[in-house]
Design a protein around this ligand. Structure first.
Ligand code: NAD
Length: 502
């Protein structure tokens, strides 16, 4: 397998220049330091915003289809470098190479979507109540967009935001997770290639700032940034949202999930088993949409749980760079500790834990591999209601669907959910107004692995934001309602007479 230096080089980055900063970048693959990068001084963030503002003034008047052409070229760069960037994602975030490439495929897909969108930034025309008048809506670029992203989807989430923002006419300032800046540098390089190919593009359409929360806060507080799109934990959202609100800016929040599944008596267990394993152990349980809670009907519980245990026993834990591995490492030792603390609490609450131990310690003493855990719980205790960013799946029994739905909804988060059933009534009830309260609601597939065509995001403490497909683009634009009078009179709305008496 190609090493980190070769991977960086293939993406236009020089490993030797990435050894001089205070932020140590540790690969979760084996715990070694792969780079040292400088953080952006907090005092510099204002200058970055000023440059984005200048870029905005030029870019907003470029016709949207030409803005789309830039994203089409960027998509071509991504196609060319899919394996290299996918591998860098694996080095930096620890997800298996297949998932790293999958993340890049998602970037390619959103580029295609955004290119089409660049010719479809439609507004409505509206019937006016006044004679000789016409009303319409126009959509305009909003300004520099700050994108704050999490470690676990280091490139895809940025691209959902950026592909849309760029075709909508907005420059982007990206603050990646302090754990994954290398993938950000690589994406910026590929974007630069697309800019060169198109030519006559304002400088600084995409800028990267690196650092921890303080760098993010400087962006969040800047009134020249009308939209802050922030992906990460609910804790981060609670810090960011009030700061943006304090200056009456807009925030688009994509925060934590605690995603549930209902397995009904009619479920096709041949779908449930692989669907569960992919959703719960994929990316070592470090997806915002990872399956964390299963409500299994008591009539099928004793059939399903042994099958799940058997399937869990067969998943290959190993280096994410090696073919055949299904479960790679946790991001770091803190993630391991929080997984162990959650399992201890679950045991104290009466849970029966299978798995969850540290794995491959001899081969990777400085990395944090674990066997995924299944936890049979007597009830949905507080620890089950908490998002632990690790491969833990809590299993609970239910008898009545209404009760399962109520328990499913009884968590603070509202990102993704699913039901496995072949009963149409149950499926529809789960998707109805009285059903699951999450932003993504699936039938007969797991809660993770969303397609870019749909709007992505969740309710309650997940933050309410929507990114990616459908009409999510509207968040990246400002809407103007225009009323045009083509008559020779000046009738007022609501029939008001305002007689000046001459
Ligand atoms: P995190 O909250 O620790 O960090 C996310 C980003 O926010 C990082 O770039 C971090 O530097 C920044 N940040 C933290 N505090 C900040 C502050 N006060 N001001 C500005 N920026 C700040 O999250 P993480 O550990 O990187 O990622 C895991 C979490 O992200 C999980 O909770 C997961 O569910 C969530 N997530 C959600 C989605 C989604 O679309 N809903 C997608 C991916 C991850």
């Amino acid at each position: 397998m190609t090493d980190i230096k070769t991977t960086l080089k293939a993406l236009g980055l020089d490993a030797s220049t990435l050894q001089k900063g205070e932020l140590e970048i540790v690969t979760p693959v084996d715990g070694s330091v792969i780079a040292r990068v400088p953080a952006t001084p907090v005092g510099e963030v204002g200058n970055v915003v000023a440059r984005a503002q200048t870029a905005f003034e030029a870019w907003r008047t470029v016709p949207a289809p030409r803005r789309g052409e830039l994203i089409r070229l960027f998509g071509e760069e991504l196609r060319r470098h899919k394996d290299d960037l996918g591998r860098l994602v694996t080095f930096e975030a620890g997800k298996i190479f297949e998932e790293g490439k999958g993340e890049v495929q998602e970037m390619i897909d959103i580029c295609d979507f955004a290119v089409g969108l660049s010719r479809q930034l439609y507004g409505l025309t509206i019937a006016s109540e006044r004679p000789g008048h016409r009303m319409m809506e126009t959509w305009h670029p909003i300004g520099p967009v700050a994108v704050i992203s999490a470690f676990n989807f280091p490139v895809a989430v940025w691209s959902w935001n950026t592909a849309l923002a760029i075709v909508c006419g907005d420059p982007v300032i990206w603050k990646p997770s302090e754990k994954t800046p290398l993938t950000a540098f690589a994406c910026a390089k590929l974007f630069e290639q697309a800019v060169k190919k198109l030519g006559d593009v304002p400088a600084n359409l995409v800028q990267v700032v690196v650092g921890k929360a303080d760098v993010g806060e400087a962006l969040v507080d800047d009134p020249r940034v009308p939209l802050v799109s922030a992906t990460g934990s609910c804790r981060m959202g609670r810090a960011v949202a009030p700061r943006v609100a304090a200056r009456l800016g807009r925030s688009l929040l994509e925060l934590g999930g605690n995603n549930g599944m209902i397995v009904a008596p009619s479920a096709d267990l041949d779908l449930v088993v692989p669907g569960t394993v992919f959703s719960a152990v994929g990316t070592a349980g470090q997806r915002c949409t990872s399956l964390r809670r299963a409500f299994i009907h008591e009539d099928v519980y004793d059939q399903l749980v042994p099958r799940l245990k058997k399937a869990y026993g067969s998943v290959r834990i190993g280096s994410p760079l090696e073919a055949g591995t299904l479960v790679g490492p946790l991001i770091d030792g803190r993630a391991f500790e929080s997984m162990q603390a959650a399992l201890d609490q679950a045991r104290a609450d009466g849970g029966k834990v299978t798995g969850g131990e540290r794995a491959l310690q001899d081969r990777f003493p400085n990395a944090w591999y674990v066997s995924p855990a299944l936890v049979e719980m007597p009830s949905q205790t507080e620890i089950v209601r908490t998002e632990t960013f690790a491969p833990i799946l809590y299993l609970m029994k239910y008898r009545e669907l209404d009760d399962a739905v109520a328990r499913h909804n009884d968590v603070p988060q509202g990102l993704s959910s699913c039901i496995f059933t072949t009963d149409l009534r149950e499926a529809e009830a789960f998707m109805s107004a009285a059903g699951s309260d999450t932003g993504i609601v699936n039938v007969n597939i797991g809660p993770s692995g969303a397609e870019i065509g749909g709007a992505f995001g969740g309710e309650k403490e997940t933050g309410g934001g929507r990114e990616s497909g459908s009409d999510s683009w509207k968040a990246y634009m400002r809407r103007a309602t225009n009323t045009i009078n083509y008559s020779r009179e000046l009738p007022l709305a609501q029939g008001i007479k305002f007689d000046l008496g001459d």
